[in-house]
Design a protein around this ligand. Sequence first.
Ligand code: XMP
Length: 510
Amino acid sequence: MKTDGILVLDFGSQYTQLIARRLRENGVYAELAPFNISLDEIKSRAPKGIVLSGGPASVYASDAYKCDMGVFELGVPVLGICYGMQLIAQHFGANVAPASKSEFGKAHLDIVEKGGIFAGVSQNCVVWMSHSDKVEGLPAGFKVLAKSENSEFCAFGDDGRKVYALQFHPEVAHSEQGAVMLKNFSKICGLSSTWNMGSFAKEQIAKIKETVGDDKVLCAVSGGVDSSVVAALLAHAVPKQLIAVFVDNGLLRTDEARMVEEMFKTRLGVELIKVDASELFLSRLKGVSDPEKKRKIIGETFIEVFDTEAKKHGDVKFLAQGTLYTDIIESSPVGASKTIKSHHNVGGLPKDMKFTLLEPLREIFKDEVRALGLELGLSRDVVYRHPFPGPGLAIRIMGEVNKESLELLRKADVVLREELKSSGWYEKTWQAFCVLLNVRSVGVMGDNRTYENAVCVRVVDASDGMTATFSHLPYELLERVSRRTINEVAGINRVVYDVSSKPPATIEWE
Ligand code: XMP
């Protein structure tokens, strides 16, 4: 890492990203890495402190996830949380076993040692537990820092070795003073709260300059927030070496290609190279209905088109993408997380790709990207655009994608967006779109029977896309969307509203 900061090793807890988020919110740079990165890799990042995250496994299982235990010899403070805590206990000689009673939810902390990690934290504050295993004894050389009703060794530490362990999750909002505890750990690491998005922008610009040198960078622009922010970073760092390519893959929303081109010219001063590859994409997708296959095909075709485009510009070494941490953990088993779906800009990349990837946003989350965008001078309307997935409308059409289905979906999508914007709901929601269900239903229009397509409206609230709840839109608005869609889009006779949250559903349907 370029800046002094804390490295969070991810053992697969659903809260791991929040640890890094909380530290960054406290003004301390933090980045995540899979639990199994090598000690050399850890050393090369030179962290000032290490956090071992929670995780779903048990440390005593034969195939338990373990990091290189050399982390305790690096001379920097280590904090273990939940699974990480149990790993510390086991490594230093204590026994970890299944608890007689699982502990999920709120617990009251009985603080034994008031300084250090718990400096300024009030006695009996609420913390959030989520564990089924228990540390049965105190490892040698450690002292108890806090207890809870169900846990004699709820927090322990050793100031000499600067190793600390917490059974609960300080990173979740339910742990009332968890952010203070993480700040205290930063202080133990010798870090003060000096980092912010402005520093991140400066670091990334410097890093891009250094990495790119005199080479050229092809920036894959989709018009969404992420690739716009990447393009803005590149425009600051290496304006003369930037080749910003926008591929019209035929899977875009109405008017999108034109809007994107205009936006880049006027807002960023970047001249886009527009490539119309819609026929190529659609021909590759013919007859394909499996979601993962669609994603792979789209990802591969993208790279192929970029490759061809790049050749027209001489030797292009780098490909810049707006990949976020969310894309990475959902696409590949980072540490212990499971693959949910292959985000096209990650899992869909062919193995023999000729570019070196440049992904300056891969450590951060969507809301942080938005803050960065504002920092770089992008306008609010660009920064607060709803996310649009790389595979575009292809993953919003169940089954085979063709020109007719795309046209239907585009028309329905225009109605939805118009209604959300005019009612003021667009800005209040994270994402809003229609899904063509590949289901036909019987209806009646006038005196005639119809047998046409059903479309699903999906509108969600989220802060980083990792979790989401369906938006509680007013019925009157839903009614207007439904009435207009059925009246104005020939071929659709039914509109349904998706009331699932993520998890267990995902935001997109494929
Ligand atoms: P899911 O459907 O996984 O979506 O809950 C989470 C967020 O990611 C977007 N998304 C993608 N973005 N390439 C992208 O660039 C993809 O392949 C992709 N798949 C989903 C989705 O729109 C939502 O904002």
